[in-house]
Design a protein around this ligand. Structure first.
Ligand SMILES: CC(C)(COP(=O)(O)OP(=O)(O)OC[C@H]1O[C@@H](n2cnc3c(N)ncnc32)[C@H](O)[C@@H]1OP(=O)(O)O)[C@@H](O)C(=O)NCCC(=O)NCCS
Length: 168
């Protein structure tokens, strides 16, 4: 087993926070930010966290559905926090939380959360083993258990899709 695989890492070691001020070019004519801008930031933060964990390039293999709970407006500061919840052999689930802050009033709103799965790649672009995740807190253990259940569901959906397309 390679050293990268055996030496574990804590979720806090790869946690990421990115933030960006929303401009008129990010929004519709009503000043409400496009969902796609937020999705891009979500994938960027999630991918960075996965890369930090794996210390290798990664690709997004799955971005779970995302519900926008509150609108984000031009002039808001968008803050995206990402943390590795679970690791498999070559895949990692990252939990991503989006908040919008009105910099004038200081009011912060949780606008959405998402889960994404990334796969680490080697120099040949093939899936590569990632380090184990060291879980210390009860919160981290709960996140792992819930992520593992979600991953089971994703993989069974993938198998069902593969069965459907092989029957066509
Ligand atoms: C990601 C990719 C390399 C995986 O290739 P693959 O042939 O499916 O490889 P595997 O079947 O060995 O899967 C690799 C890992 O991904 C996981 N995985 C594959 N499909 C998945 C899905 N739909 N949901 C969740 N995890 C998935 C597997 O469980 C496996 O994890 P593990 O090693 O921890 O057990 C390949 O699908 C790919 O290149 N996809 C395109 C990615 C891309 O372009 N993304 C957008 C731009 S970044």
């Amino acid at each position: 087993m390679s050293e990268a695989r055996t030496k574990g890492k804590r979720p806090s070691e790869s946690a990421v926070v990115i933030s960006r001020l929303m401009n008129p070019s990010d929004a519709n004519p009503l000043g409400i930010v496009h969902g796609g801008e937020i999705l891009k930031m979500v994938d960027e933060a999630g991918g960075l966290s996965a890369m930090r964990h794996a210390r290798s390039p990664v690709v997004t293999v799955r971005l779970d559905s995302m519900t926008f709970l509150e609108p984000i407006y031009v002039g808001d500061l968008v803050i995206v926090k990402a943390m590795v919840n679970w690791v498999g052999r070559t895949s990692m689930e990252v939990g991503i939380r989006v908040e919008a802050e009105n910099p004038v009033t200081g009011q912060r709103t949780h606008t959405n959360s998402a889960y994404a799965v990334y796969v680490a790649l080697d120099d040949q672009g093939r899936p590569k083993p990632v380090p184990p995740l060291i879980l210390e807190t009860e919160e981290e253990k709960r996140r792992w258990r819930e992520a593992e259940e979600r991953q089971q569901i994703r993989l069974s959906q993938r198998r069902a899709k593969e069965r459907l397309s092989s029957n066509r």
